[in-house]
Design a protein around this ligand. Structure first.
Ligand code: TRP
Length: 455
Protein backbone atom coordinates (compact mmCIF):
# COMPACT_ATOMS: atom_id res chain seq x y z
CA UNK A 1 0.00 0.00 0.00
CA UNK A 2 1.59 3.25 -1.05
CA UNK A 3 1.35 6.42 0.97
CA UNK A 4 -1.68 8.37 -0.01
CA UNK A 5 -0.37 11.72 -1.11
CA UNK A 6 -2.74 14.57 -0.84
CA UNK A 7 -1.47 17.19 -3.24
CA UNK A 8 -3.11 20.13 -1.53
CA UNK A 9 -1.11 19.62 1.61
CA UNK A 10 2.06 21.55 2.22
CA UNK A 11 5.33 19.67 1.88
CA UNK A 12 8.89 20.51 2.76
CA UNK A 13 10.79 21.54 -0.35
CA UNK A 14 14.18 19.86 -0.06
CA UNK A 15 15.99 17.08 1.72
CA UNK A 16 18.14 19.54 3.62
CA UNK A 17 14.95 21.40 4.44
CA UNK A 18 13.49 18.30 6.07
CA UNK A 19 16.51 17.72 8.26
CA UNK A 20 16.90 21.40 9.07
CA UNK A 21 13.25 21.69 10.03
CA UNK A 22 13.06 18.63 12.24
CA UNK A 23 16.39 19.52 13.80
CA UNK A 24 15.06 23.06 14.10
CA UNK A 25 12.16 21.72 16.13
CA UNK A 26 14.37 19.50 18.25
CA UNK A 27 17.21 21.92 18.89
CA UNK A 28 16.25 24.77 21.12
CA UNK A 29 16.17 25.81 24.73
CA UNK A 30 15.81 22.12 25.56
CA UNK A 31 19.41 21.53 24.53
CA UNK A 32 21.05 24.75 25.55
CA UNK A 33 19.10 25.82 28.61
CA UNK A 34 17.30 22.74 29.94
CA UNK A 35 19.86 20.00 29.36
CA UNK A 36 22.75 21.67 31.26
CA UNK A 37 20.58 22.56 34.22
CA UNK A 38 18.95 19.13 34.42
CA UNK A 39 22.40 17.50 34.13
CA UNK A 40 23.72 19.88 36.78
CA UNK A 41 20.86 19.08 39.16
CA UNK A 42 20.99 15.33 38.56
CA UNK A 43 24.61 14.38 39.02
CA UNK A 44 26.19 15.12 35.62
CA UNK A 45 27.57 11.87 34.19
CA UNK A 46 24.86 9.70 35.75
CA UNK A 47 22.24 11.85 34.09
CA UNK A 48 24.02 11.93 30.73
CA UNK A 49 24.24 8.13 30.68
CA UNK A 50 20.52 7.66 31.40
CA UNK A 51 19.69 10.39 28.92
CA UNK A 52 21.63 8.78 26.08
CA UNK A 53 20.08 5.37 26.83
CA UNK A 54 16.62 6.93 26.72
CA UNK A 55 17.40 8.62 23.38
CA UNK A 56 18.66 5.42 21.75
CA UNK A 57 16.25 2.83 23.14
CA UNK A 58 13.09 4.92 23.42
CA UNK A 59 13.60 8.21 21.59
CA UNK A 60 14.68 7.06 18.13
CA UNK A 61 11.99 4.32 17.81
CA UNK A 62 9.21 6.67 18.95
CA UNK A 63 10.54 9.33 16.58
CA UNK A 64 10.36 6.82 13.69
CA UNK A 65 6.83 5.91 14.76
CA UNK A 66 5.72 9.56 14.82
CA UNK A 67 7.25 10.26 11.40
CA UNK A 68 5.74 7.09 9.96
CA UNK A 69 2.23 7.67 11.30
CA UNK A 70 2.36 11.29 10.17
CA UNK A 71 3.59 10.66 6.66
CA UNK A 72 1.49 7.64 6.01
CA UNK A 73 -1.72 9.44 6.92
CA UNK A 74 -0.76 12.96 5.76
CA UNK A 75 -2.68 14.30 8.66
CA UNK A 76 -2.59 15.96 12.05
CA UNK A 77 -2.56 13.78 15.16
CA UNK A 78 -6.36 13.38 15.34
CA UNK A 79 -6.83 12.80 11.65
CA UNK A 80 -3.95 10.33 11.71
CA UNK A 81 -5.56 8.05 14.26
CA UNK A 82 -8.88 8.32 12.44
CA UNK A 83 -7.32 7.54 9.06
CA UNK A 84 -5.70 4.45 10.53
CA UNK A 85 -9.17 3.37 11.64
CA UNK A 86 -8.10 3.17 15.20
CA UNK A 87 -11.21 2.21 17.08
CA UNK A 88 -11.77 3.31 20.63
CA UNK A 89 -10.17 6.23 22.30
CA UNK A 90 -6.93 6.75 20.38
CA UNK A 91 -7.75 10.35 19.58
CA UNK A 92 -7.15 11.02 23.28
CA UNK A 93 -3.45 10.88 22.49
CA UNK A 94 -4.19 14.03 20.50
CA UNK A 95 -5.78 15.75 23.49
CA UNK A 96 -2.80 14.85 25.64
CA UNK A 97 -0.61 16.34 22.93
CA UNK A 98 -2.53 19.59 22.73
CA UNK A 99 -2.54 19.99 26.51
CA UNK A 100 1.20 19.33 26.70
CA UNK A 101 1.99 21.64 23.80
CA UNK A 102 0.14 24.53 25.41
CA UNK A 103 1.86 23.94 28.76
CA UNK A 104 5.27 23.81 27.11
CA UNK A 105 4.59 26.85 24.98
CA UNK A 106 3.70 28.75 28.16
CA UNK A 107 6.87 28.26 30.16
CA UNK A 108 9.10 27.98 27.09
CA UNK A 109 8.08 31.48 25.98
CA UNK A 110 9.21 32.85 29.32
CA UNK A 111 12.71 31.41 28.87
CA UNK A 112 12.75 32.52 25.24
CA UNK A 113 11.80 35.95 26.61
CA UNK A 114 14.84 35.83 28.91
CA UNK A 115 16.88 35.15 25.77
CA UNK A 116 15.45 38.28 24.18
CA UNK A 117 16.28 40.33 27.26
CA UNK A 118 19.86 39.04 27.14
CA UNK A 119 20.06 39.81 23.43
CA UNK A 120 18.86 43.32 24.16
CA UNK A 121 21.29 43.75 27.06
CA UNK A 122 24.16 42.47 24.90
CA UNK A 123 23.34 45.04 22.24
CA UNK A 124 23.18 47.97 24.67
CA UNK A 125 26.26 46.75 26.52
CA UNK A 126 24.42 46.01 29.75
CA UNK A 127 26.23 42.75 30.54
CA UNK A 128 29.64 44.10 31.49
CA UNK A 129 30.02 42.63 34.94
CA UNK A 130 33.33 41.54 36.38
CA UNK A 131 32.38 38.34 38.18
CA UNK A 132 29.83 35.59 38.31
CA UNK A 133 28.14 36.95 41.45
CA UNK A 134 27.24 40.12 39.62
CA UNK A 135 25.71 38.05 36.81
CA UNK A 136 23.85 36.06 39.43
CA UNK A 137 22.25 39.07 41.01
CA UNK A 138 21.56 40.61 37.61
CA UNK A 139 19.60 37.53 36.58
CA UNK A 140 17.65 37.25 39.80
CA UNK A 141 16.73 40.92 39.79
CA UNK A 142 15.51 40.63 36.22
CA UNK A 143 13.68 37.31 36.49
CA UNK A 144 11.87 38.21 39.69
CA UNK A 145 10.72 41.60 38.46
CA UNK A 146 7.12 41.81 37.39
CA UNK A 147 6.97 43.64 34.10
CA UNK A 148 10.06 43.00 32.03
CA UNK A 149 9.77 39.20 31.85
CA UNK A 150 6.09 39.52 30.93
CA UNK A 151 6.86 42.07 28.25
CA UNK A 152 9.43 39.77 26.62
CA UNK A 153 7.16 36.72 26.94
CA UNK A 154 4.39 38.57 25.14
CA UNK A 155 6.80 39.84 22.50
CA UNK A 156 8.13 36.37 21.90
CA UNK A 157 4.65 34.89 21.55
CA UNK A 158 3.83 37.61 19.02
CA UNK A 159 6.93 36.69 16.96
CA UNK A 160 5.80 33.08 17.09
CA UNK A 161 2.32 34.12 15.97
CA UNK A 162 3.58 36.13 13.01
CA UNK A 163 5.53 33.18 11.61
CA UNK A 164 2.97 30.52 12.39
CA UNK A 165 0.14 32.42 10.76
CA UNK A 166 2.00 32.54 7.42
CA UNK A 167 2.12 28.76 7.06
CA UNK A 168 4.59 25.96 6.82
CA UNK A 169 6.94 26.32 3.91
CA UNK A 170 7.54 30.03 3.76
CA UNK A 171 8.51 30.63 7.34
CA UNK A 172 9.98 27.61 9.01
CA UNK A 173 12.09 25.89 6.41
CA UNK A 174 14.01 28.92 5.17
CA UNK A 175 14.91 30.10 8.63
CA UNK A 176 16.09 26.70 9.86
CA UNK A 177 18.32 26.21 6.82
CA UNK A 178 20.50 29.11 7.92
CA UNK A 179 20.03 29.18 11.66
CA UNK A 180 20.94 25.61 12.56
CA UNK A 181 24.36 25.52 10.83
CA UNK A 182 25.23 28.97 12.22
CA UNK A 183 24.31 27.91 15.74
CA UNK A 184 26.50 24.85 15.36
CA UNK A 185 29.54 26.87 14.38
CA UNK A 186 29.12 29.24 17.32
CA UNK A 187 28.73 26.37 19.79
CA UNK A 188 31.94 24.77 18.58
CA UNK A 189 33.85 28.02 19.00
CA UNK A 190 32.50 28.49 22.54
CA UNK A 191 33.27 24.90 23.32
CA UNK A 192 36.94 25.33 22.40
CA UNK A 193 37.03 28.48 24.47
CA UNK A 194 35.58 26.73 27.54
CA UNK A 195 37.90 23.77 27.25
CA UNK A 196 40.86 26.11 27.56
CA UNK A 197 39.70 27.54 30.87
CA UNK A 198 41.54 26.71 34.09
CA UNK A 199 39.99 23.66 35.81
CA UNK A 200 38.11 22.73 32.65
CA UNK A 201 38.92 19.08 33.28
CA UNK A 202 36.80 19.09 36.44
CA UNK A 203 33.84 20.01 34.28
CA UNK A 204 34.61 17.17 31.89
CA UNK A 205 34.84 14.71 34.76
CA UNK A 206 31.51 15.94 36.09
CA UNK A 207 29.79 15.50 32.72
CA UNK A 208 31.41 12.30 31.48
CA UNK A 209 32.17 10.16 34.51
CA UNK A 210 28.97 8.54 35.69
CA UNK A 211 28.75 7.98 39.41
CA UNK A 212 26.40 4.98 39.44
CA UNK A 213 25.38 5.59 43.03
CA UNK A 214 23.76 8.82 41.79
CA UNK A 215 21.31 6.99 39.52
CA UNK A 216 18.09 7.43 41.51
CA UNK A 217 14.48 7.19 40.32
CA UNK A 218 14.41 10.98 40.12
CA UNK A 219 17.44 10.99 37.82
CA UNK A 220 15.91 8.35 35.53
CA UNK A 221 12.55 10.13 35.35
CA UNK A 222 14.27 13.43 34.59
CA UNK A 223 16.45 11.84 31.90
CA UNK A 224 13.41 10.30 30.22
CA UNK A 225 11.55 13.62 30.36
CA UNK A 226 14.55 15.45 28.97
CA UNK A 227 14.97 12.94 26.13
CA UNK A 228 11.36 13.35 25.03
CA UNK A 229 11.44 17.10 25.51
CA UNK A 230 14.61 17.51 23.53
CA UNK A 231 13.45 15.35 20.63
CA UNK A 232 10.05 17.10 20.61
CA UNK A 233 8.38 13.73 21.12
CA UNK A 234 5.16 12.49 22.58
CA UNK A 235 2.71 15.20 21.62
CA UNK A 236 2.44 14.84 17.87
CA UNK A 237 4.88 17.57 16.81
CA UNK A 238 7.01 15.14 14.87
CA UNK A 239 3.89 13.40 13.61
CA UNK A 240 2.64 16.68 12.20
CA UNK A 241 6.08 17.36 10.68
CA UNK A 242 6.18 13.81 9.31
CA UNK A 243 2.94 14.59 7.53
CA UNK A 244 4.79 17.27 5.56
CA UNK A 245 7.52 14.81 4.45
CA UNK A 246 7.61 13.83 0.80
CA UNK A 247 7.03 10.20 -0.14
CA UNK A 248 10.69 9.44 -0.66
CA UNK A 249 12.00 10.76 2.64
CA UNK A 250 14.05 8.05 4.36
CA UNK A 251 12.28 8.02 7.72
CA UNK A 252 14.65 5.90 9.78
CA UNK A 253 17.66 7.80 8.52
CA UNK A 254 16.01 11.17 9.16
CA UNK A 255 15.12 10.09 12.69
CA UNK A 256 18.65 8.91 13.40
CA UNK A 257 20.23 12.08 12.02
CA UNK A 258 17.80 14.28 13.95
CA UNK A 259 18.46 12.45 17.21
CA UNK A 260 22.24 12.46 16.72
CA UNK A 261 22.45 16.16 15.92
CA UNK A 262 20.11 17.00 18.77
CA UNK A 263 22.19 15.02 21.25
CA UNK A 264 25.37 16.52 19.88
CA UNK A 265 24.05 20.03 20.50
CA UNK A 266 23.10 19.12 24.07
CA UNK A 267 26.55 17.67 24.73
CA UNK A 268 28.20 20.73 23.17
CA UNK A 269 26.15 22.91 25.51
CA UNK A 270 27.36 20.78 28.41
CA UNK A 271 30.93 21.13 27.17
CA UNK A 272 30.53 24.89 27.19
CA UNK A 273 28.79 25.22 30.54
CA UNK A 274 30.45 22.73 32.91
CA UNK A 275 34.13 23.56 32.36
CA UNK A 276 33.17 27.18 32.96
CA UNK A 277 31.09 26.33 36.04
CA UNK A 278 34.07 24.64 37.68
CA UNK A 279 36.48 27.25 36.43
CA UNK A 280 34.37 29.96 38.13
CA UNK A 281 34.20 27.84 41.28
CA UNK A 282 30.39 27.52 41.12
CA UNK A 283 28.18 24.59 42.04
CA UNK A 284 26.53 22.95 39.01
CA UNK A 285 23.25 22.75 40.92
CA UNK A 286 21.71 26.09 39.93
CA UNK A 287 18.37 25.22 38.34
CA UNK A 288 16.90 27.27 35.51
CA UNK A 289 19.25 30.21 36.14
CA UNK A 290 22.40 28.22 35.29
CA UNK A 291 22.86 29.08 31.63
CA UNK A 292 21.79 32.71 32.03
CA UNK A 293 24.50 33.27 34.60
CA UNK A 294 27.33 31.19 33.20
CA UNK A 295 27.13 32.03 29.50
CA UNK A 296 27.24 35.83 29.86
CA UNK A 297 30.16 35.42 32.26
CA UNK A 298 31.98 33.38 29.61
CA UNK A 299 31.28 36.00 26.95
CA UNK A 300 32.47 38.79 29.25
CA UNK A 301 35.86 37.08 29.39
CA UNK A 302 36.20 36.39 25.66
CA UNK A 303 37.88 38.85 23.33
CA UNK A 304 35.11 40.50 21.31
CA UNK A 305 32.67 39.19 23.91
CA UNK A 306 29.89 41.60 23.07
CA UNK A 307 29.70 40.43 19.47
CA UNK A 308 29.70 36.76 20.50
CA UNK A 309 27.01 37.46 23.01
CA UNK A 310 24.80 39.25 20.48
CA UNK A 311 25.27 36.52 17.90
CA UNK A 312 24.62 33.74 20.38
CA UNK A 313 21.49 35.13 21.97
CA UNK A 314 20.14 36.02 18.54
CA UNK A 315 20.63 32.45 17.32
CA UNK A 316 19.22 31.02 20.53
CA UNK A 317 16.19 33.23 20.05
CA UNK A 318 15.76 31.85 16.52
CA UNK A 319 16.29 28.28 17.75
CA UNK A 320 13.58 28.81 20.36
CA UNK A 321 11.30 30.21 17.73
CA UNK A 322 11.75 27.23 15.41
CA UNK A 323 10.83 25.00 18.37
CA UNK A 324 7.74 26.93 19.45
CA UNK A 325 6.58 27.06 15.85
CA UNK A 326 6.64 23.27 15.80
CA UNK A 327 4.75 23.06 19.08
CA UNK A 328 2.10 25.50 17.88
CA UNK A 329 1.69 23.49 14.68
CA UNK A 330 0.06 20.66 16.66
CA UNK A 331 -2.92 22.65 17.85
CA UNK A 332 -3.09 24.78 14.72
CA UNK A 333 -3.22 21.76 12.41
CA UNK A 334 -5.92 20.35 14.72
CA UNK A 335 -8.00 23.52 14.75
CA UNK A 336 -7.69 24.21 11.06
CA UNK A 337 -8.07 20.67 9.74
CA UNK A 338 -10.44 19.13 12.29
CA UNK A 339 -12.39 22.15 13.43
CA UNK A 340 -12.22 23.84 10.01
CA UNK A 341 -10.99 27.14 11.40
CA UNK A 342 -9.00 29.49 9.20
CA UNK A 343 -5.26 29.44 9.86
CA UNK A 344 -5.46 32.98 11.18
CA UNK A 345 -8.21 32.13 13.62
CA UNK A 346 -6.45 28.97 14.78
CA UNK A 347 -3.17 30.83 15.32
CA UNK A 348 -4.94 33.57 17.23
CA UNK A 349 -6.64 31.12 19.54
CA UNK A 350 -3.32 29.38 20.15
CA UNK A 351 -1.74 32.76 20.91
CA UNK A 352 -4.49 33.75 23.33
CA UNK A 353 -4.21 30.58 25.41
CA UNK A 354 -0.41 30.71 25.42
CA UNK A 355 -0.51 34.35 26.56
CA UNK A 356 -2.43 33.37 29.68
CA UNK A 357 -0.09 30.46 30.44
CA UNK A 358 2.96 32.56 29.59
CA UNK A 359 2.04 35.40 31.92
CA UNK A 360 1.32 32.97 34.76
CA UNK A 361 4.71 31.31 34.17
CA UNK A 362 6.55 34.62 33.92
CA UNK A 363 5.11 35.72 37.25
CA UNK A 364 6.15 32.47 38.91
CA UNK A 365 9.54 33.93 39.74
CA UNK A 366 8.22 37.21 41.11
CA UNK A 367 4.70 38.16 42.07
CA UNK A 368 3.32 34.61 42.08
CA UNK A 369 6.38 32.89 43.52
CA UNK A 370 4.75 32.08 46.84
CA UNK A 371 1.37 31.15 45.54
CA UNK A 372 -0.52 28.78 47.74
CA UNK A 373 -3.52 26.75 46.65
CA UNK A 374 -6.18 27.23 49.34
CA UNK A 375 -3.62 26.45 52.01
CA UNK A 376 -3.18 22.96 50.57
CA UNK A 377 0.03 23.15 48.58
CA UNK A 378 2.36 25.65 46.98
CA UNK A 379 2.00 26.04 43.27
CA UNK A 380 4.53 27.52 40.94
CA UNK A 381 3.04 27.62 37.43
CA UNK A 382 6.40 27.57 35.67
CA UNK A 383 7.56 24.41 37.46
CA UNK A 384 4.12 22.85 37.29
CA UNK A 385 3.86 23.29 33.51
CA UNK A 386 7.43 22.11 33.00
CA UNK A 387 7.21 19.06 35.25
CA UNK A 388 3.75 17.91 34.20
CA UNK A 389 4.38 18.24 30.49
CA UNK A 390 7.94 16.92 30.26
CA UNK A 391 7.97 14.24 32.90
CA UNK A 392 4.39 12.98 32.65
CA UNK A 393 2.49 13.95 29.50
CA UNK A 394 5.28 13.51 26.93
CA UNK A 395 6.38 10.05 28.10
CA UNK A 396 2.72 9.04 28.39
CA UNK A 397 2.05 10.23 24.84
CA UNK A 398 5.21 8.49 23.66
CA UNK A 399 4.18 5.25 25.33
CA UNK A 400 0.76 5.33 23.68
CA UNK A 401 2.28 6.15 20.29
CA UNK A 402 4.68 3.24 20.54
CA UNK A 403 1.89 0.88 21.61
CA UNK A 404 -0.13 2.09 18.68
CA UNK A 405 2.69 1.63 16.19
CA UNK A 406 3.72 -1.73 17.64
CA UNK A 407 0.34 -3.36 18.26
CA UNK A 408 -2.45 -1.60 16.38
CA UNK A 409 -0.96 -0.28 13.18
CA UNK A 410 -0.90 -2.94 10.45
CA UNK A 411 2.62 -4.30 10.26
CA UNK A 412 2.55 -4.19 6.46
CA UNK A 413 1.61 -0.52 6.51
CA UNK A 414 4.40 0.32 8.93
CA UNK A 415 6.89 -1.59 6.83
CA UNK A 416 5.63 -0.03 3.65
CA UNK A 417 6.00 3.46 5.08
CA UNK A 418 9.46 2.91 6.52
CA UNK A 419 10.76 1.32 3.32
CA UNK A 420 9.05 3.83 1.01
CA UNK A 421 6.96 1.10 -0.55
CA UNK A 422 9.84 -1.36 -0.72
CA UNK A 423 12.18 1.06 -2.52
CA UNK A 424 14.74 1.19 0.28
CA UNK A 425 15.90 -1.50 2.65
CA UNK A 426 15.56 -0.93 6.38
CA UNK A 427 17.81 -3.45 8.09
CA UNK A 428 16.75 -2.39 11.56
CA UNK A 429 13.06 -3.02 10.93
CA UNK A 430 12.63 -5.98 13.27
CA UNK A 431 14.68 -4.28 15.95
CA UNK A 432 12.51 -1.22 15.62
CA UNK A 433 9.34 -3.27 15.92
CA UNK A 434 10.77 -4.96 19.00
CA UNK A 435 11.43 -1.56 20.59
CA UNK A 436 7.99 -0.22 19.71
CA UNK A 437 6.13 -3.34 20.74
CA UNK A 438 7.84 -4.25 23.98
CA UNK A 439 10.84 -2.23 25.03
CA UNK A 440 9.46 1.31 24.84
CA UNK A 441 6.07 0.68 26.52
CA UNK A 442 7.59 -1.48 29.25
CA UNK A 443 10.53 0.83 29.98
CA UNK A 444 8.37 3.94 30.09
CA UNK A 445 5.86 2.20 32.35
CA UNK A 446 8.65 1.01 34.66
CA UNK A 447 10.14 4.49 34.83
CA UNK A 448 6.72 5.90 35.73
CA UNK A 449 6.23 3.37 38.51
CA UNK A 450 9.76 4.04 39.70
CA UNK A 451 9.10 7.78 39.71
CA UNK A 452 5.88 7.33 41.65
CA UNK A 453 7.86 5.43 44.25
CA UNK A 454 6.05 2.16 43.58
CA UNK A 455 9.35 0.31 43.43
N1 TRP B 1 12.62 20.05 21.48
C1 TRP B 1 12.54 21.46 21.67
C2 TRP B 1 13.76 21.90 22.47
O1 TRP B 1 14.58 21.11 22.80
C3 TRP B 1 11.27 21.88 22.33
C4 TRP B 1 10.08 21.36 21.63
C5 TRP B 1 9.62 21.71 20.41
C6 TRP B 1 9.21 20.37 22.09
N2 TRP B 1 8.51 21.00 20.10
C7 TRP B 1 8.24 20.17 21.11
C8 TRP B 1 9.20 19.64 23.24
C9 TRP B 1 7.27 19.20 21.29
C10 TRP B 1 8.21 18.67 23.40
C11 TRP B 1 7.28 18.45 22.44
O2 TRP B 1 13.91 23.04 22.77
Amino acid sequence: MADSINNNRAQFATRLGIIATTVGSAVGLGNIWRFPYEAGNNGGGAFLLCYILCIVILGIPVLCAEFAIGRSTQSNIFGAFRALKASGKWHWVGYIGILASIMILSFYSVVAGWTMEYLYQSIVGGLNFKNIDAFHSHFSTFSTSNWRPIMWTVLFLLCNYIIVVRGVKKGIEKMSNIMIPALFVLLIIFCINSLMMPNASEGLTFLFTPDFSKITPKVVVSALGQAFFSLSLGLGTMMTYGSYFSKDTHIVRSATITASLDTLVAILAGLIIFPAVFSFGMSPVQGPALVFEVLPSIFAQMPGGQIWSILFFFLLFLASLSSTISMSEVSIAFLSEEKKMSRTKASTLNLAVALVGGVLSALSFGYLSNLNFFGLFDINFFNFFDFTSSNILLPLGGMLISIFAGWILERSRLKDTLTNGGKIGVRTFSLLVLCLKYLAPICIMLIFLLGLGIF
